[in-house]
Design a protein around this ligand. Structure first.
Ligand code: SF4
Ligand code: FES
Length: 246
């Protein structure tokens, strides 16, 4: 395939940034999207030009590092996958592809397509954990009965990889789906109930401090989430928050 790429270039956080056009040729439909970006970067380096900065790590849909807005959609046109799992067979020869960073005030651009998602880390640090007394008398986790339904729902919520696609897809740049997943995975388990009230209050407070927008139930986050996190988790987050604050 021969493709035209219109890619966001931005030297640094203070730079205004602009779209720059590039051509790539002989792209195999079996390549991943990031491999196609590698091909482009190798050609730029060969021409002594600055390669395009973009985030990636595992390239297996696990780490949540890759984060591109492709033709206006977080993680591109396929469903239930991350950018690193997107394949070029989703595009046609001669296509023009627009590639931008995830856009949200709480995710400032660091360079080109790389955004700062430390806001998510700070929300996690505010309560996305359980405190376990490791005095040596810790009860074996397997000795606490948990219903199959709650175990499954908790596991589903725990599959959130913190990629930020929910924020990038939301017209309000809301982080509710991410926070809801992180709160739900603990709220559904007995181990998470001990600190449940402080957890939900602190995580929601940090979410607001970071400048994420409000949720207006449009559901775009659920559609673009690569891990299929359900917005039912947002309803659970709201119930947990209400119970913690009255
Ligand atoms: S809820 Fe989905 S889209 Fe949002 S951070 Fe988690 S995995 Fe990514
Ligand atoms: S690079 Fe790890 S999820 Fe895409």
């Amino acid at each position: 395939m021969n493709l035209t790429l219109k890619i966001w270039r931005q030297k640094g956080p203070q730079d205004k940034g602009r779209m720059v056009e590039y051509k790539v040729t002989d792209i195999s439909e079996h390549m991943s999207f990031l491999e196609m970006m590698d091909v482009l970067n190798e050609s730029l380096v060969a021409k002594d030009e600055e390669p395009i900065a973009f985030d990636h790590d595992c390239r297996e849909g696990i780490c949540g590092m890759c984060s591109l807005q492709i033709n206006g959609e977080a993680h591109g046109p396929d469903r239930g996958i991350t950018t690193c799992q997107l394949h070029m067979r989703m595009f046609k020869d001669g296509d023009t592809i627009f590639i931008e960073p995830f856009r949200a005030n709480a995710f400032p651009v660091i360079k080109d397509l790389v955004v700062d998602r430390m806001a998510f880390e700070r929300i996690q640090q505010a309560g996305g954990y359980i405190s376990v007394n490791t005095s040596g008398n810790t009860q074996d986790a397997n000795s606490i009965p948990i219903s199959k339904q709650n175990a499954d729902l908790s596991m589903d919520a725990a599959s959130c990889i913190g990629c930020g696609a929910c924020v990038a897809s939301c017209k309000n740049s809301s982080a509710m789906l991410f926070v809801a997943a992180k709160v739900s995975q603990f709220a559904l388990l007995p181990q998470g109930k001990v600190e449940a009230k402080d957890r939900v209050k602190n995580m929601v407070m940090q979410m607001d401090l970071e400048g994420f927008g409000n949720c207006t139930n449009t559901g775009a986050c659920e559609i673009e989430c690569p891990k299929g996190i359900s917005i039912e988790n947002i309803a659970r987050l709201n119930r947990e928050y209400l119970a913690a604050t009255i």
